[in-house]
Design a protein around this ligand. Structure first.
Ligand SMILES: NC(=O)C1=CN([C@@H]2O[C@H](COP(=O)(O)OP(=O)(O)OC[C@H]3O[C@@H](n4cnc5c(N)ncnc54)[C@H](O)[C@@H]3O)[C@@H](O)[C@H]2O)C=CC1
Ligand SMILES: O=C(O)C1=N[C@H](C(=O)O)C[C@H](O)C1
Length: 268
């Protein structure tokens, strides 16, 4: 058996961080080397396993970064990302970034850091979502230029606690679909008031926040007389956590560069 990957989970007390801790602890390829969260998190000092609802791991939630780690999986907040990148650069540790809502300057920092580190960055670690992105591109390719036109709208539904809107995944769907449309696509976020008729060169985005929904995306391709709806929905958060862990394994031994889940899943 290979030596387990010494894994640091960044944002370990969060909804996602806890699932990453639980799934990594059940996987012999990993050993939890650190469960990191903000110094002000009220769970600091608690056992990371107990926090994740599994047996104690003898790893308490900490705010300090350890030295001996082989990979970092991050599900935190945009304000935590700059420090996370700096720490990984300093320690030369491969990084999986799952946090959404990053600013343009943070995206540039990630690209810069990827010149010195292998990094996987994706707004959704789910296999079903990444496959659906490819399907959405194929549908768009076939429909662009169709007589009568096609209206493409992206509806995302998430739990009430989500901090960013629209979801990183919805924005990525839109970016990938726009690649298959003529130049000059407008990205329209919600509609209100006397909007006038819908134009043909827009993609609409609608962010729904309801209960405990762990993430659902519907891409509507509306034509005159018929429609296609491509729906991809999580039943729980483990699709994201297991995808991030697959990315952390895939990164071992990889050269520097900014990779995504298409690369990890062989969908590029
Ligand atoms: N790429 C993907 O597949 C997915 C991405 N996400 C994204 O992951 C992020 C986290 O989502 P949730 O777990 O639901 O949020 P959450 O709010 O439950 O957890 C965030 C955690 O980050 C911690 N944190 C805040 N500042 C920190 C710092 N400076 N250092 C370390 N930890 C810090 C918080 O204390 C909290 O425990 C969001 O951006 C979300 O959109 C969520 C699910 C899937
Ligand atoms: O915050 C969440 O929960 C999720 N966020 C990601 C996003 O913004 O796309 C991925 C997933 O949909 C869950």
């Amino acid at each position: 058996m290979n030596t387990p990957i010494q894994l640091a989970v960044h944002g370990a007390a969060g909804r996602m961080g806890r699932r990453v801790v639980a799934l990594a602890a059940a996987d012999p390829d990993f050993q939890i080397a650190a469960a990191i969260d903000h110094a002000d998190n009220p769970h600091q000092g608690e056992d990371a396993g107990s926090l994740a609802g599994i047996n104690p791991l003898n790893q308490t939630l900490v705010s300090q970064w350890p030295t001996a780690i082989d990979a970092v999986v991050d599900f935190s907040l945009p304000q935590a990302i700059d420090d996370c990148i700096a720490k990984c650069l300093f320690a030369k540790v491969p990084l999986v970034v799952a946090t959404t809502g990053l600013s343009d300057s943070q995206k540039s920092s990630l690209a810069k850091a990827a010149e010195s580190l292998p990094i996987v960055w994706a707004p959704s670690m789910s296999m079903a979502v990444n496959l659906s992105m490819k399907v959405a591109q194929q549908i768009t390719e076939k429909m662009a230029g169709i007589a009568g036109g096609v209206d493409i709208e992206i509806i995302e539904r998430h739990h009430r606690y989500k901090a960013d809107a629209p979801s990183g995944t919805a924005l990525k769907f839109g970016e990938l679909i726009a690649e298959k449309l003529a130049d000059g696509t407008k990205h329209v976020h919600g509609r209100e008031g006397h909007t006038g008729e819908r134009t043909q060169n827009e993609i609409g985005y609608h962010a729904v926040r309801v209960g405990d929904n762990p993430g659902e995306h519907t891409i509507v391709f509306g034509m005159l007389g018929e429609k296609i709806e491509l729906n991809v929905a999580a039943s729980n958060r483990d699709c994201y956590a297991s995808g991030a862990l697959a990315a952390a394994k895939w990164l071992q031994g990889k050269g520097n560069g900014l990779y995504n889940m298409f690369d990890v899943l062989g969908l590029s």
